[in-house]
Ligand binder design. Sequence first.
Ligand SMILES: CC(C)(COP(=O)(O)OP(=O)(O)OC[C@H]1O[C@@H](n2cnc3c(N)ncnc32)[C@H](O)[C@@H]1OP(=O)(O)O)[C@@H](O)C(=O)NCCC(=O)NCCS
Length: 190
Amino acid sequence: MELETPRLILRCPTEGDIERIFTICQDADIAAFTTVPHPYRRESATEFVSGVIPAGWSTGSALAWGIYLKDAPQLLGVVSLSNAQDGAAELGYWIDPLVRGQGVMTEAAARVVAFGFAAYPDGLGLSRIGWEAISINGPSARVAQKVGFRWEGHRRGAVVRLGTIYDLTFAGVLCTDGRSMPTPWPGAIE
Ligand SMILES: CC(C)(COP(=O)(O)OP(=O)(O)OC[C@H]1O[C@@H](n2cnc3c(N)ncnc32)[C@H](O)[C@@H]1OP(=O)(O)O)[C@@H](O)C(=O)NCCC(=O)NCCS
């Protein structure tokens, strides 16, 4: 299921992307803020592309798109809708540190959210998309806020990542919510 935005193509990653995924996933923020394996080995990328992604698409439980600029074949990152069930799914993403801060993930995530809410066969017909992140992850929260997510709460000391305990922040967007203007979020990203 290929998706398009003004600058980007979103499509299923292939074996040709394994080396890029391996390289990008060495990033310290991806290790700290996502659940990708750590340390991230070449076999982790191979298993992701050859096992995890096709299994997710075939069962419909986790849909992952690679992110590519229209005029360059290199994978920049991954955006996904996972835990899809009962009309709800969870948004997740990571991107190459070299292209951060250029609005790429906001553009990709907005397209995936629109696809999630679009009625079948143009989309998944979801009623809710959720997001959660370690509470100090300002860039991730900012992307979620910009694509329409509403702040829903914190859970203190709710996750351990690489030996450190963190608070989690939760947000969500419903198919009936407007998505053009960021809603106010409490905390550092205001
Ligand atoms: C989160 C991530 C995907 C964002 O990708 P990106 O392409 O840089 O995102 P965008 O450029 O679309 O937007 C980033 C926003 O965060 C803002 N930002 C950057 N650093 C920030 C900080 N320390 N605190 C708050 N906001 C910050 C940017 O200014 C920008 O907002 P703006 O457009 O309003 O100025 C990227 O940082 C990443 O891969 N991080 C590591 C993995 C990760 O954390 N994944 C999410 C797990 S929940």
